[in-house]
Write a protein that binds this ligand. Sequence first.
Ligand SMILES: *Cc1c(COP(=O)(O)O)cnc(C)c1O
Length: 235
Amino acid sequence: MFDGVALRARLTGVRDRIARAAGRAGRDPASIRLIAVSKTFSVDHVRAVADGGQVDFGENKVQEALHKIAQTADLQLRWHLIGHVQSNKARKAAAEFHTIHSIDSRALLLKIDEAAGAAHHPVDVLIQVDLANEATKHGATPDQVDGILEAAQPLRATRLRGLMLLPPAGDDPEEARPYFRRLRDLRDEFVARGADRPSLGELSMGMSHDFEVAVEEGATLVRVGTAIFGDRPYV
Ligand SMILES: *Cc1c(COP(=O)(O)O)cnc(C)c1O
């Protein structure tokens, strides 16, 4: 079992650290939204953290998330899909999530838009960018982002909100800083070249070990699992 009081204390600790990082960067802490990444943890864990005032939750697998979404339907939670969307899960994802962070192709974007339209459920989306050219990882290269931006413009059921980054894993949070900075610069370049600013307002970057660095570099959405819920059981 778990200790809800301890979970909420860790939640408060993470919130405080976000506020201090925002302060160092001269940013308003209210401009940063914390997403509690509950993957592998139970519905009871989600409820305990929601009791602490947490509204945004993240999951990386559609099937696992659908169960938790259904079991917490009485709470007004916002669910974020932060993992790769398999084509055959696009329909369910579009109908159930508030935000999908992992759009990495035109084809996936169009599929999500069609499904969101059919479900009469508008969905916010972010483009996941691969800045490290990691062949094993998902994400659009900066060149491909252009085409996705263009494809997003006329869509009605999906609203593009920004960019998402999962940098290469490293032990030192400072190793992630250049990637965070690059994502922000890339966004600024797209806006300078005419992209609509509100559709690129969000930067989803930063996890348990590096979210403070991400906040210093402009993150508006941080995805934190372990620092709130504890170590994940390996599944
Ligand atoms: C699991 C996961 C996180 C959270 O990771 P922690 O290190 O536990 O904070 C953030 N983003 C993505 C895409 C994830 O899959």
